[in-house]
Design a protein around this ligand. Structure first.
Ligand SMILES: O=C[C@H](O)[C@H](O)[C@H](O)COP(=O)(O)O
Length: 230
């Protein structure tokens, strides 16, 4: 459970990202507690006259955006997004991420892939030296449940089907999530590639080369990490 300080940090990071949204932008709307704060800040600007069109990355975010009166386009219908703002469960200074704690990883990855600029916002608890303490969420078609389990074990993963409130967790795309322990991940790009090769895996929470800026707030300080374009 996030404490008050963490919530304040999330809000600080969210506000830093909102500054990148310009009039008439198509804006990717992430999922989770930090993205929610960003979306609420965006809604305030819209009330003050900013014109944007949002693209939600989950059904929960869609519902939130509608309740706040944000005009929306469906993710599957857009060719390009100007800027997207999302959270993360872990990140490294190389701008590699683990996402999907809320199960929205597939649509979030499509959103990030369509975005000219992807901004990630986090509190001070998400920065790690190496990804992997947070188990990698993997979205799996139920028809491939056993097959994918076998494949993940061959990759030395320990998959556990996600249960929430005593029930099997079902994603917005009607799939399962396997939270998979790979230990600390030495080469996230390689693991991402290997997971992409498994039939029945719709997507996974390792995000490599998809982020432009990360704003992390810790206490009173905000640190930004930028993509190395050199
Ligand atoms: O599926 C959920 C997303 O990837 C979230 O962005 C991620 O879990 C971080 O969420 P939060 O901002 O609540 O920590």
């Amino acid at each position: 459970m996030a404490n008050d300080n963490q919530n304040l940090e999330k809000l600080t990071a969210a506000k830093a990202a909102i500054a990148f949204v310009k009039n008439n932008d198509v804006v990717g709307l992430g999922t989770g507690s930090t993205a929610t704060l960003a979306i609420k800040e965006l809604a305030k600007l819209i009330k003050d006259g900013l014109k944007i069109t949002g693209v939600p990355s989950s059904e929960a975010t869609k519902k939130l955006a509608i309740s706040l009166g944000i005009p929306l386009l469906e993710l599957g219908k857009v060719r390009s997004i100007d800027v997207s703002i999302d959270g993360a469960d872990e990140f490294t200074k190389e701008l590699n991420l683990i996402k999907g704690g809320g199960g929205a990883l597939f649509r979030e990855k499509i959103m990030a892939s369509l975005s000219k600029k992807t901004i990630i916002v986090t509190d001070g608890s998400k920065l790690v030296e190496k990804l992997g303490a947070f188990k990698v969420p993997i979205e799996v078609n139920p028809n491939a449940e056993k097959y994918v389990m076998i494949k993940l074990k061959k990759l030395k993963g320990k998959p556990v089907k996600r249960i929430e409130n005593g029930k099997i967790f079902i994603t917005d795309n009607q799939n399962y999530i396997f939270d998979t322990d790979f230990g600390l991940i030495d080469d996230p790009e390689k693991l991402a590639y290997e997971l992409n090769q498994i039939d029945g895996v719709l997507g996974h929470g390792i995000f490599v080369n998809l982020t432009d800026i990360i704003f992390m707030a810790k206490g009173d300080y905000i640190t930004s990490y930028h993509k190395n374009i050199g």
